[in-house]
Write a protein that binds this ligand. Structure first.
Ligand SMILES: CC(C)CCC[C@@H](C)[C@H]1CC[C@H]2[C@@H]3CC=C4C[C@@H](O[C@@H]5O[C@H](CO)[C@@H](O)[C@H](O)[C@H]5O)CC[C@]4(C)[C@H]3CC[C@]12C
Length: 914
């Protein structure tokens, strides 16, 4: 699609939506400025000398706009910083404290209802964590506390991630697949040294921190003179160096490139430092990158780690740096810090220093001549209790009023991984290009530093379409790309199939008969991402249903691969009995011919043992099978992959057969079972329901369509008959003249307005099956339901500023009958917004989604950790969650509106929005 008009999309600055005042203002009554340490921070101070020279940053017009940059006092705009994105001044403070949902937030009637669950959960949790000494897949008793610090993660897909905070800290680590720890490693810093006429005039750690270690370094950079800007997979940090007339822009790039299945898998990040010299004299500029050997855990002190300098030259390009070998028993890895050598750029290093001491020797080394000592040879192995770090330094002369670039990189090589059970060895995807010997870090660094320009060209070409569209609001552009962080930072793992793997090994005892299973997994590997960083289950399928739009639109082969994995599990079973915590009953782990909840816990052995979730027996859930069928057709519609469709067809028939048993009264419509038997797993549904009934009809519709495509007349007739009966029953039992009732049970809350009641229509619209002969839900009913949701769940909730509450009573009071009905689910809201856009309610759609973006990213400080849910006040639930990736369905809806044709998602060379 070119620059065609997006019908109805609010024009920035023109439409009522765009003219709305920003939904939230962080009231800031304090005078901007560094706190008590401010004066000394704006001084250049050599910590080892008493000489100081007072310099003042020039105050000028505000370079940056937006609610999070009011404290910015600099004038610098930075170099090449994207116009759209999420921008925050380093001196910003998020004022609203929020807490994870805890037992204390459960109302009395829910306490009574959930007492059995609470006791069973506690017993299970105690055994798991205290007796078996393992971590719980959901730890309700030790939720991760909220830190409002995160920025763009580093790394491609499935090779592990290292997240930097928006103040530049290295603070969130996922090197062991799916396992997170949240630790700011103080030694991991960039330090700048400026020299004029052979004298160091300024040397500063580019960090606002004032830590208790490395006291010999000059900390406490004044955050008022810097801002962070994220547009995933890139981020910029702009630093005005007070009094120096020098501006530094650090651009951070990770190889996350749509339709690329090679470089997108690489565990690397590049830092391109643009140095602008506003002085009338030349300046020698050095950027030192220091890194601790490890990730900030106690293993850093376990002994046996060591560092060594390296240089790697290929095709006339040379990079040099230090390798930090982290020698643990399980999943050892090597970190590499490096810089690109080129004419006029020198690269020096320090092989090892103690990051727990004063760091004075490092500081002095750099201060002396703007270079590091560069000793040859390896360091010795660390002793138990000892920690080591290394540094690399890139230096160049920047002419008066000129500009130069320094290029540094971080790579990590953990090619062979075990999950928690340590049963099977897995090779990461990138090993097919860089080997699995554990010696790839130099080549990875070289590749990153010599290919990032090409990556950026591809990223820009891909992002340009939405970014250049003047009618799209800028918050949306930020949300669309920044929410994508979860594709890499969702505990993501992407592994190779072992070369000796046969179809039978994969398909299990039942044999799935999937003819292209092996070729697909051989070519594209196996992909898994977590439901959430705090909900540690891979590929949670009821949630992936929402998030899958990002995958199928950007890496369709990964979606196809994931679907093959699900298909394999469908035909297999796990007869192991276990107790389910919600109801207390015992049943087998996995039944045949049903879609699993998830493909396992990275703390155990995913793919091998599925269904880590043990709250409910999900064999009785009503949505999982339907979500599989709907995704199969949606994927086929967008990719035109008919081999995939053919392979999936028998699996779709099998799961629909299983589902048919939920239509107890044979009226063509399934009924819910009187418990929370779907993705809203703590919100009871009884009888016919808008959510599951709607998904059912949509799935029956796509069964008809798939049968038609595949020429299966008998099945087509079967499902056509069910559809006509089911449509009638759905309208009769649930339509109330304005919207579809929550369920048909006739309970006190049956008439609640569910924000997700049009989920079936959402998917049909995305598949182009929402009109003509395929119209399942009458258009007028869909539009009326969406308008009611907008009026009640959106505009009557929190003044229309927080998205749509899951359940609203017709009188405009949130439905508090369950712990989930009065939550807002961000991923559901983005899907709802997409449905509104599909149905022509474009402004309503944008207004609805805007509330969530502003709440999460601007008000609550939850950037790069969008949670599953928040309530109007006080609490949130499950940080860094999969479902918000559904924002890509808004993009699909916009593209379809503009072109009235499916978006081409299968052209490897061309970005998806040519
Ligand atoms: C007696 C005590 C004082 C009261 C204790 C009450 C608690 C036991 C319950 C109150 C809130 C419940 C939790 C709500 C949400 C949950 C999430 C769920 O996992 C995933 O949730 C997704 C929905 O957000 C769903 O779509 C995915 O498929 C699920 O994998 C697991 C259950 C629970 C944690 C739930 C547990 C019980 C409460 C804490």
């Amino acid at each position: 699609m070119g620059q065609s008009t997006l019908k109805g999309v609010p024009r920035a600055g023109k439409s009522p939506v765009a003219e709305l005042a920003p939904l939230h203002h962080n009231l800031d009554m304090t005078t901007p400025g560094c706190s008590e340490g401010r004066d000394s921070r704006s001084l250049w101070r050599d910590p080892n000398s008493s000489a100081t020279s007072r310099v003042h940053a020039q105050k000028g017009s505000r370079a940056a706009a937006g609610p999070l940059v009011r404290r910015y006092e600099g004038a610098a705009r930075g170099r090449g910083v994207a116009a759209a994105g999420w921008r925050v001044c380093l001196a910003h403070r998020f004022e609203e404290p929020r807490q994870p949902y805890g037992a204390g937030d459960v109302p009395f009637h829910d306490v009574l209802r959930h007492i059995g669950l609470a006791l069973r959960y506690f017993r299970w949790w105690y055994k798991k964590t205290r007796i078996e000494k393992k971590s719980a897949f959901i730890d309700l008793l030790c939720a991760v506390p909220l830190q409002q610090i995160y920025g763009c993660p580093l790394g491609g897909i499935g090779g592990g991630t290292i997240t930097r905070g928006w103040r530049g800290e290295f603070c969130r680590w996922q090197l062991n697949p799916g396992i997170y720890h949240y630790e700011t490693v103080i030694a991991n810093q960039f330090t700048v040294c400026l020299r004029c006429k052979g004298q160091t005039v300024y040397q500063q750690v580019l960090s606002v921190e004032r830590p208790s270690t490395l006291q010999g370094w000059n900390w406490g950079y004044c955050g008022h003179y810097a801002f962070y800007h994220a547009l995933y997979p890139r981020a910029w940090m702009v630093y005005e160096l007070p009094g120096q007339n020098v501006v530094l822009t650090c651009r951070q790039v990770s190889p996350v490139i749509p339709h690329d299945y090679k470089d997108s898998s690489l565990p690397v990040g590049v830092f391109i430092w643009e140095v602008e010299n506003g002085k009338d004299e030349d300046v020698d500029v050095s950027i030192m990158f220091s890194l601790q050997n490890g990730t900030g855990t106690k293993e850093d002190r376990s002994g046996g780690h060591w560092n060594e300098p390296f240089a790697f030259e290929k095709d006339g390009e040379r990079v040099a740096g230090v390798l930090l070998h982290h020698c643990t028993r399980v999943n050892p890895f090597t970190l590499a810090i490096s810089a690109r050598e080129k004419a006029g750029t020198g690269v020096t290093h320090l092989t090892a220093f103690n990051p727990t001491g004063s760091g004075r020797e490092v500081w002095q080394d750099l201060l002396q001549d703007g270079r590091l000592d560069s000793p040859a040879g390896k360091s010795s192995l660390t002793e138990k209790g000892e920690v080591t770090a290394a540094a690399v330094c890139a230096s160049c002369r920047v002419p008066a009023r000129g500009h130069r670039t320094l290029e540094l990189a971080l790579a990590w090589d953990m090619p062979r991984v075990y999950f928690g059970s340590k049963e099977k060895l897995h090779l990461r995807r990138y090993t097919r290009f860089f080997g699995s010997g554990g010696d790839a870090a130099p080549a990875l660094s070289h590749h990153a530093l010599t290919h990032y320009e090409e990556w950026e060209r591809k990223i820009e070409a891909w992002q340009n379409f939405p970014l250049a569209h003047s009618q799209l609001p800028s918050w949306y552009k930020s949300a669309l790309f920044n929410e994508l962080y979860f594709v890499t930072d969702g505990g993501t793992i992407w592994v190779e199939l072992p070369p000796d793997c046969h179809a039978e090994d994969l398909q299990g005892p039942a044999g799935a008969g999937l003819s292209h299973l092996l070729p697909v997994l051989r070519e594209y590997g196996r992909f898994a991402y977590l439901e959430g960083q705090e909900y540690r289950m891979y590929n949670t399928y009821d949630v992936h249903f929402y998030a899958s739009f990002a995958l199928v639109m950007l890496w369709p082969k990964l979606q196809i691969s994931l679907q093959y994995d699900i298909a394999v599990t469908v035909v297999n079973e796990d007869v192991q009995p276990r107790q389910y915590l919600m109801c207390g009953q015992t049943a087998q782990v996995k039944l045949k011919n049903v879609v699993p909840h998830d493909i396992g816990d990275p703390g155990d052995e995913p793919w091998q043992r599925v269904n880590a979730y043990l709250m409910h027996d999900t064999a009785d859930w009503k949505d999982l099978n339907l979500k599989f069928v709907l995704q199969v057709y949606r994927d086929y519609y967008l990719t035109r992959d008919s081999l995939y469709l053919r392979d999936m067809w028998p699996v779709c028939q099998a799961v629909m057969e299983s589902e048919l048993k939920f239509d107890m009264d044979n009226d063509g419509l399934i009924e819910n079972g009187g418990f929370a038997d779907q993705t809203y797993d703590a919100w009871v549904v009884n009888g016919a329901s808008a959510y599951c009934g709607g998904l059912w009809l949509a799935a029956v519709c796509v069964m008809c369509k798939m049968a038609e495509v595949l020429g299966d007349a008998e099945i087509q007739q079967k499902y056509t008959d069910i559809l006509s009966k089911g449509k009638e029953a759905f309208e009769r039992m649930l339509w109330n003249g304005k919207y579809y009732n929550y369920d048909s049970s006739g309970s006190d809350t049956s008439s609640s307005i569910m924000s997700d009641q049009c989920a079936g229509q959402w998917f049909l619209g995305a598949c182009g099956l929402d009109q003509g002969e395929f119209e399942v839900f009458p258009k007028s009913h869909v539009v009326s339901a969406l308008k009611t949701i907008f009026e009640k769940n959106v505009m009557s909730f929190a003044g229309g500023t927080m998205g749509a509450v899951n359940g609203m009573r017709p009188d405009g009071v949130p439905d508090t009958s369950s712990v989930q009905s009065n939550e807002v689910w961000i991923g559901v809201v983005y899907a709802l917004a997409a449905t509104m856009i599909q149905e022509g309610l474009v402004e309503e759609g944008f207004r609805t989604a805007e509330g969530c973006y502003r709440t999460v990213w601007e008000r609550l400080g939850m950037a790069f950790q969008t949670p599953e849910a928040y309530r109007e006040k006080k609490v949130y639930r499950s940080l860094a969650y999969m479902r918000p990736l559904s924002i890509w369905s808004m993009q699909l809806a916009l593209e379809r509106r503009a072109s009235r044709a499916p978006a081409p998602v299968q052209s490897p060379q061309v970005p998806i929005h040519p």
